[in-house]
Design a protein around this ligand. Structure first.
Ligand SMILES: O=C(O)c1ccc(O)c(O)c1
Ligand SMILES: [Mg+2]
Length: 604
C-alpha cells in the first residue's frame, strides 16, 4: 500500500518492453503502485481481463487508467451511435479489469468537426454512460488533435460539458511540446484533473506526432521543465497518480525490469525537484579521487609501462588485494589484477570525492542504485559503492581516506611529465542504457547533464553527453552509438578513456614521447584542415603538428589535447589543456582520433 502522504506512482504499460505479463511484473518489482493499461497490450494478451485484474492484485498494482479511446467527439449522429456502442464494449472490459477511468484523446478523425458545443454535448453523453457504470472519462488534448490540441481548449470543452464524470487528462508532453504556458493550469480545479501523465523529451525540431511516438523520455532525461509542470499541477490540489507515459524506440526493446527501475528513479528525482519529496541531499563532489582499471596478466604490464612513460609513479600497493596505486600530481590510477571473466583492460570503478560519503551512499540507495557489497578487510577503509548502469562501480571517497589501504611502494615519485589531475573519464554506454546512465549520474550523484552532441564516427553516428558538478571538478562523458552497430563495424569492445589535465600540453607531449609513451599519431590532413578552419598562429600550428596534439576553439575557450594508443584492447588515455574555461571535450576531433585508433587496431 502506498503511504497516504505521497502521490501514487504509476506507469503506462506502453513504456515497457515485452508481453503484458513481463510489463506488469517489471512495474511491480520497481515499486510502482499502479499502471495505465494500454489497449494494445491487453488485446494481444492471452489472459482475460479478469485474469489481468487478478494478476495486478497479486502484484499489488492498481489499474489506474484504461487507454486510449480515440476519435470520439464532434461527429455526425451515425458516427456518434457507432462510437457509443464501441465505448459501451470498452466499459465492459474496464468493469472486468476493475479500471475506473478511461482516457479519451482528442479526435484526429476527418469525421470530426470544429464545434466546441458539439464536442461538449457528446462528451457529456459519454460521461453519462460512464457514470451509469461507476466509471469516469479523462479527456486529453493530443498535441496533433484535429481541432483540439491544447490543454486550455480541452479544458474549455470539459468545463462546458459540466459533467461530474468528465475531467481532464493532462500529459506534460502535449502541453510542453507545443510551448503552451503551463501557468494556465492553475485555474483548473484539481478535482477536474482526473489523470496526470508525465514524459520528458529532448528538444527536437520535428513533426510533433513523430516526436511523441519515438522520442519521449523519462523525466530528467530530456529538456522539458517537468519539475515546474508537476508543481503547477499539484498546486491545483490534484491528488491522483503521477504516471509515466513514455513512447520511446529504445525503451521498447530494452529489458523492462531495468527500464522500470530507471522510470521509478526518474519519478523519485522529479518529486525531489518539484519540492514534493525528500531524498538524502546530494553531497557536493569535489573531484575524481581515482579511476580503477581492471587488468589481466597481459594488459597489466602494458598499461603499467604506458603509465610510467606518461610520468606516473607506482606509489602504493594495496595491503590485501592485487591492486597498485599509480600517481602523478592529483591524477590517480588503480590497476586491479584480481582475476575476472573479461580479458584485457577496462574501467572497473570511478572514485569520486564526496563531502559526505555516507549520505552519498544513502541517496544512491534511495534512488534504487544497486549497492555493491563492501569488500574491505579489517582496518581498511569501508568505502560505499554502487553500480552505474554499465556496471562501473562508483566509490564515494573522502579526502584520501582510502589511501591508508595502500602501503608505500618504491622510492618516491619520479619527476612526472606535467600532469596535474584527472580532467574527465569517458565511458561508452551499452546501446540500451544511455539515457538511463545520464539520469543515474544526474540524480544519484547530483551532476548536471550538459547538452548532447552528435558526430559521425568512422563506424556510425555517436552521441555524447557529459555530466559535471557545478565547479567542473568531476566530469564524466557518456557516449553511445546512435543506431545499433551494423555487422560491418569491427567487433571490438567499446572504448573507454581517462583524460588527465596538463598546464602545458605541448611540453607534456614532448616529455612523454621522449620516454617512449605510445602516443597516437594524427595525420597531416588534420592540420591542413585545422589551419583552414581556425587559423591557429603558425608557431602553435607547427607545435600541434609536430606533437600530434589536436586543437579546438569555441566561444568558451581553447582546448589542446592528445591521446595514447589503445592499451589492452579497450582503454586509452588523453591529456588535455583547457584555456580560458573551454567547456567541451573536443568532440569535433573525435572522428579523427577514432580513425587513427582504428588504423592501429587494423594492424594488430
Ligand atoms: O500517441 C498516441 O496516440 C497517444 C495515445 C495516448 C496518449 O495518452 C498519448 O499521450 C498519445
Ligand atoms: Mg498521454
Amino acid at each position: 500500500m502506498s503511504a497516504p502522504d505521497r502521490p501514487r506512482h504509476g506507469i503506462a504499460t506502453v513504456c515497457l518492453s515485452g508481453t503484458l505479463e513481463d510489463k506488469l511484473a517489471a512495474a511491480a518489482a520497481a515499486g510502482f503502485d499502479g499502471v495505465e493499461i494500454f489497449e494494445n497490450d491487453l488485446v494481444s494478451a492471452p489472459a482475460s481481463p479478469a485474469e489481468v485484474r487478478a494478476r495486478c492484485a497479486d502484484l499489488g498494482l492498481s489499474i489506474d487508467l484504461y487507454q486510449p479511446f480515440r476519435d470520439f467527439e464532434s461527429v455526425p449522429p451515425d458516427v456518434l451511435a457507432a462510437n457509443l456502442r464501441r465505448a459501451e464494449l470498452k466499459f465492459d472490459v474496464m468493469e472486468r479489469l476493475g479500471a475506473d477511468t478511461m482516457l479519451v484523446c482528442s479526435s484526429v478523425s476527418p469525421d470530426s468537426v470544429d464545434d466546441d458545443d458539439l464536442a461538449a454535448e457528446q462528451l457529456h453523453l459519454l460521461a453519462d454512460r460512464a457514470a451509469a457504470r461507476g466509471l469516469r472519462i479523462a479527456y486529453e488534448a493530443l498535441a496533433w488533435g484535429r481541432h483540439v490540441n491544447t490543454y486550455d481548449h480541452s479544458w474549455r470543452i470539459v468545463r462546458r460539458a459540466a459533467h461530474p464524470a468528465l475531467g481532464l487528462c493532462l500529459d506534460s508532453f502535449h502541453v510542453l511540446s507545443r510551448g503552451s504556458d503551463p501557468a494556465g493550469i492553475r485555474v483548473i480545479p484539481g478535482d477536474k484533473i482526473f489523470f496526470l501523465q508525465l514524459a520528458d523529451a529532448p528538444k527536437l525540431h520535428m513533426d510533433v506526432l513523430q516526436w511523441s511516438r519515438h522520442h519521449r523520455l523519462f523525466p530528467g532525461q530530456g529538456s522539458f521543465d517537468l519539475a515546474g509542470f508537476v508543481s503547477t499541477v499539484l498546486g491545483t490540489g490534484y491528488a491522483g497518480p503521477l504516471s509515466l507515459e513514455v513512447f520511446n524506440d529504445v525503451f521498447r526493446q530494452a529489458d523492462p525490469r531495468r527500464a522500470a527501475v530507471d522510470a521509478m528513479r526518474s519519478l523519485l528525482a522529479l518529486r525531489e525537484d518539484s519540492g514534493d519529496a525528500t531524498l538524502p541531499p546530494a553531497p557536493a563532489l569535489s573531484g575524481h579521487a581515482f579511476t580503477e582499471l581492471a587488468v589481466d596478466g597481459t594488459s597489466g604490464p602494458v598499461v603499467a609501462r604506458a603509465l610510467t612513460a606518461l610520468g606516473f609513479t607506482h606509489t602504493g600497493q594495496h595491503r590485501s588485494k592485487p591492486v597498485q596505486l599509480w600517481e602523478q600530481g592529483e591524477a590517480r590510477i588503480l590497476l586491479n589484477a584480481t582475476p575476472r571473466a573479461a580479458a584485457g583492460a577496462e574501467v572497473a570503478a570511478l572514485g569520486v570525492e564526496s563531502a559526505d560519503p555516507v549520505t552519498s551512499a544513502k541517496r544512491a540507495e534511495a534512488l534504487l542504485a544497486p549497492v555493491l557489497p563492501r569488500q574491505a578487510g579489517a582496518d581498511e577503509a569501508a568505502l560505499s559503492s554502487v553500480a552505474a548502469p554499465d556496471g562501473t562501480a562508483v566509490f564515494f571517497c573522502r579526502s584520501g581516506d582510502w589511501r591508508s589501504d595502500f602501503a608505500p611502494a618504491g622510492a618516491g615519485r619520479a619527476p612526472g611529465a606535467g600532469l596535474t589531475g584527472t580532467d574527465h573519464v569517458s565511458l561508452t554506454q551499452p546501446f540500451d542504457n544511455f539515457d538511463e546512465a545520464a539520469l543515474f549520474y544526474r540524480s544519484v550523484l547530483g551532476l548536471d547533464p550538459e547538452p548532447a552532441t552528435e558526430f559521425a564516427a568512422p563506424f556510425g553516428l555517436v552521441r555524447s553527453r557529459a555530466v559535471t558538478d557545478e565547479a567542473k571538478r568531476v566530469r564524466i562523458a557518456l557516449n553511445v552509438a546512435r543506431l545499433r552497430r551494423g555487422e560491418w563495424a569491427p567487433r571490438v569492445p567499446s572504448p573507454q578513456h581517462v583524460a588527465f589535465g596538463s598546464d602545458d600540453v605541448i611540453a607534456s607531449a614532448a616529455a612523454m614521447r621522449e620516454r617512449g609513451a605510445p602516443l597516437l599519431e594524427i595525420p597531416d590532413n588534420y592540420y591542413d584542415d585545422l589551419d583552414a578552419r581556425l587559423a591557429p598562429p603558425p608557431g602553435l600550428l607547427a607545435a600541434l603538428r609536430e606533437h600530434s596534439v589536436l586543437y579546438d576553439r569555441d566561444e568558451t575557450g581553447e582546448y589542446l589535447h592528445f591521446y595514447t594508443e589503445v592499451l589492452g584492447g579497450r582503454v586509452f588515455f588523453e591529456v588535455v589543456q583547457r584555456l580560458h574555461g573551454y567547456a567541451g571535450y573536443g568532440a569535433v576531433n573525435a572522428p579523427v582520433r577514432m580513425a587513427a585508433h582504428r588504423r592501429l587496431r587494423a594492424r594488430t
